[in-house]
Design a protein around this ligand. Structure first.
Ligand code: FE2
Length: 288
């Protein structure tokens, strides 16, 4: 059996800074940690937000996210544990369960709900917001439910990689996107294992450790921290080294759009006038 090796990285990136998420509430009162916040949207362009949620207390998640609109970007919801039902104004419906992903392109607009379909137990996962280029912000809404068995897994000594988007270890992920070229990996490392991933130097990249701990280029990265990676000139990737604990981390990267970002809540456009139009369209029932 051929076991692929991690791609060789000779000039790895290092950690520019560590970020601790902010505890907050969203939806009808779901407790979550906002890891990628609005002040980091330019530094981590094309990514607009990363929320981490994880609790075994139903009171933290049971209220869910009742009907709300989006316009101008994509949401990627990754469920580690739990069950979440989504419904939208176009009549689509889906159930997100352990290890599954929902990739939704809000485009010109959608109104949807995201509600827990469990009354007890652990609910854990992430929601990432990925920006759309200006010329695609008003495309029709679209979504895809990707159950866990449809997410390709790449393996190398002591490392399992769930390739949600982009490519790793020669394995093509479940989703590919032009323009922003997102890479979204969920990497599980045994104690002491290491993993290398090629990254174009111009792509913005970050790592969020959600179990165990990593060393990246000599910098320790503990659990529940986001490490923003440097865009070092001449760098060709990143090397993640697990410590003494089994470790799990998200590695997310993409090509920056370098366009103006105007956000008002669930609408992300390029100008204030476009935001006002989004609010007007929502109030007039034109997002449904
Ligand atoms: Fe939403």
């Amino acid at each position: 059996m051929h076991i692929p090796r991690s791609s060789a990285v000779s000039n790895p990136r290092s950690v520019e800074r560590l970020v601790t998420g902010q505890a907050t509430q969203d939806g009808a009162g779901v407790k979550l940690t906002r890891v990628l916040t609005q002040p980091l949207q330019h530094r981590l362009d094309p990514f607009l937000m990363l929320d981490a949620f994880g609790s075994d207390q139903p009171g933290d998640y049971i209220a869910g996210f009742p009907d709300h609109p989006h316009r101008g970007f994509e949401t990627v919801t990754y469920m580690i544990a739990g069950r979440m039902r989504h419904r939208d104004s176009a009549g689509h419906e889906g159930l997100l369960t352990n290890g599954g992903v929902q990739w939704m392109t809000a485009g010109r607009g959608v109104i949807h709900s995201e509600m827990p379909e469990q009354e007890e137990g652990v609910m854990e996962g992430f929601q990432l917001w990925l920006n759309l280029p200006a010329q695609r912000k008003m495309i029709p809404a679209w979504y895809r439910d990707i159950p866990a068995p449809e997410i390709p897994v790449a393996q190398v000594d002591g490392v399992r990689v769930h390739v949600i988007a982009g490519q790793a270890l020669g394995v093509t992920g479940a989703m590919q996107r032009e323009v922003t070229e997102p890479l979204y990996l969920d990497i599980h490392l045994r104690p002491g294992a290491s993993f290398s991933q090629a990254l174009p130097e111009s792509h913005n990249a970050f790592v969020y450790v959600y179990r165990g701990a990593l060393d990246i280029g000599g910098s320790p990265v503990p659990a529940q921290r986001m490490a923003i990676l440097t865009n070092t000139a001449g760098s060709d990737g990143v090397v993640l080294q697990a410590g003494e604990l089994p470790t799990r981390a998200l590695l997310i990267a993409g090509r920056p759009l370098k366009e103006p970002i105007a956000q008002y809540g669930p609408f992300v456009m390029n100008t204030r006038a476009e935001l006002m139009q989004a609010v007007e369209d929502f109030q007039a029932g034109r997002l449904a």
